[in-house]
Design a protein around this ligand. Structure first.
Ligand SMILES: [Zn+2]
Length: 256
């Protein structure tokens, strides 16, 4: 028996995912069993993988709690089957959403990644006391204060005129999360999955910075998710350049 990372009870631990298993499954189904993995910072080239980055972390109760409270609902929102979705020149607007559940979903991915032993999540870390505080909020299904964690999301696009990534190919890209160091010793952690770029700030953004587009605010049921060109994300460009040799060799082909 092991100790559950969330409720601290002795239990048989489950295969827990940070980035949801269903994200990997959806990609694997449409891509002959392989996801396109863009490692960040390491020496590995871009590669196909059938590994869904799971490790034993949570008991079955905590696992299903996170899935039923946050994950199922949020993936339906992001995939457009709950609430309204409108595409326009600046991005995608989601309406009729429960912002606290959506924010808690991304924070639960972040928290699980930080507490996972899988090497793909090796760059994600939450210092105490925040790690414990976030765990308690998730476990009690209480909205997480925005000054503790702020979530900002963008929809990735590629404005390259010819032979660029299509939206469908961008949805097949999973990137190992990386961090950014900001002023005053603050950090953010960045995730790429389902065609979204998710940046999570802990401690949260200051009041004036929370007005940026794509920040999930707890009293706003409408969320405008701005477009973000993949070539405007230096870490993605860097990972793509490192993996480019492999790409030219024909080992990796990005299909529609
Ligand atoms: Zn548990």
């Amino acid at each position: 028996m092991d100790i559950c990372g969330m409720c601290n009870r002795e239990s048989v631990l489950q295969n827990s995912h940070a980035i949801p298993d269903s994200v990997f499954k959806k990609i694997l189904r449409s891509n002959s069993g392989k996801a396109i993995v863009v490692p960040s910072g390491g020496r590995d080239p871009i590669h196909y993988s059938s590994d869904s980055w799971d490790t034993n972390l949570l008991c079955s109760d905590c696992e299903s709690l996170l899935n039923s409270l946050y994950e199922g609902y949020s993936l339906r929102v992001l995939r457009g089957s709950v609430g309204g979705v409108r595409r326009h020149d600046l991005g995608v607007t989601f309406s009729g959403i429960d912002p606290c559940r959506l924010a808690s979903f991304f924070i639960s991915v972040f928290w699980r990644a930080a507490n996972s032993k899988h090497s793909s999540y090796g760059k994600v870390y939450i210092p105490e006391p925040w790690n414990g505080e976030i765990r308690d909020y998730l476990l009690k299904n209480t909205p997480i204060p925005i000054n503790l964690v702020t979530v900002q999301i963008s929809r990735l696009i590629d404005r390259t005129p010819k032979n660029g990534f299509t939206l469908r190919s961008l949805k097949s890209v999973v990137m190992s999360p990386f961090f950014r160091k900001h002023k005053y010793g603050k950090y953010s952690f960045c995730f790429v999955f389902e065609g979204f770029f998710v940046e999570i700030f802990t401690p949260g953004l200051t009041y004036s910075l929370r007005r940026r587009a794509g920040v999930i605010l707890k009293d706003k049921r409408v969320l405008m998710v701005p477009y973000l060109d993949i070539f405007d994300v230096p870490e993605i460009v860097d990972a793509l350049v490192k993996g480019y040799g492999k790409y030219l060799d024909g080992d990796i082909t990005f299909k529609d």
